[in-house]
Design a protein around this ligand. Sequence first.
Ligand code: PMP
Length: 440
Amino acid sequence: MSTSTASHESADGVTIPGGRVAAGAGARRPFDVAAIRRDFPILRRQVEGKPLVYLDSAATSQRPVQVLAELTRFYRDHNANVHRGVHTLSVEATELYEGVREKVRALIGGASAREVIFTRGTTESINLVAHGWARARLAPGDEVVISEIEHHSNIVPWQMLRDERGIALRVIPMRSDGTLDLDVARELIGPRTRLLAITHVSNALGTVVPVRELADLAHEAGALVLVDGAQSVPHMPVDVTELGADFLAFSAHKMLGPTGVGVLWGRMEVLESMQPFMGGGDMILTVSLERSTWNEIPHRFEAGTPNFADVVAFGTAIDYLRALGLDAVRRHELDLVDHGLAVLGDVPGVTVHGPREAERRGGVFSFSLEGVHPHDVGQTLSSEGVAVRAGHHCAQPVMQSLGVAATTRASVYLYSTRPELDALAAGLRMTARFFGDAGP
Ligand code: PMP
């Protein structure tokens, strides 16, 4: 690698506007939210003449200057297509791109960087399992088990496969507090189960699912386990072995990284046994006009030019998270969950859905305000500078189970603060007064 690339990835971190991100695994920055916020220029924006209060990180996180700078630097100093190239830029770009696999491996405790496949996001990762693993194996009589609190991206691919292959889809129901009914899960997971596809943290309710317990049941039944980590990997320490996962899917854009990058991690022997999902350049070893042979993993699953620049910047997002420590991120968010539940609970007419106990929740507050439609709540809050989401959150079965058409959702991340949750509560009181006065 050239000198410029070596300094680019120096062992003790990179100096860029906004500070130094220590690249080393053991490095820790003190969890200083004010300092962290300085890394996120967008958080200094005004909206409607008021300071932005960004409470929509479950949809997508904001990005620190370090990640923005890395993206620019890659295009400025190293840009070339990866793999196969013999020229210096291509070698540098390839090393930077491939180096991020190792960062991902270290983040989630995988056995080898070859187990890390880059995709466009969680959705594509789950579809890759559906097409590359399940489609070739499952036949009538086989069952896939999901839960009622899944994101649509972990429901629809299995319904499509069910309709194509004649398999059955079993659903672990949600209880009224947003947790899963584990007694029913024990009955559902059995000899016919081939795959348990389960979310780790619900994006619609914040519920933390006891994945390990369910994974043990699935493994005892001889099934594999796919974990949707879109809302857990960004927010808490996740280790694939501790979790009991055979596959783990997540998205870079929810964890300080660019859009258009996701990960499918899979256990080596499972990936080795899988067929490619897409055909094209890079995923082959040989091609003749009669037939082709497949490349090794992970390249077998990355047909075409990958999104290398964004993957490189994703590496910096991982450095940033690991420098803070995911355990510290989780502690910070638990404090915010405690505080949020308290201040929202004090607002007349607000019902917060999901588990009561903070430790069973991620940093998501999904709530209803009596007598006011969630879209009106969202718009009124936006006029106060508070960004929340209103709708079904790509989890329509959860809405059906709650008996509502939609909820308002506020979600926090490592840069969120208690005063921001106070601003949310104040905005909700104002909304309630406004719609109360306007009512009949
Ligand atoms: N699963 C969960 C739990 C999610 O929150 C999301 C994103 N909202 C997804 C899957 C899909 O992720 P993406 O849109 O990045 O593919």
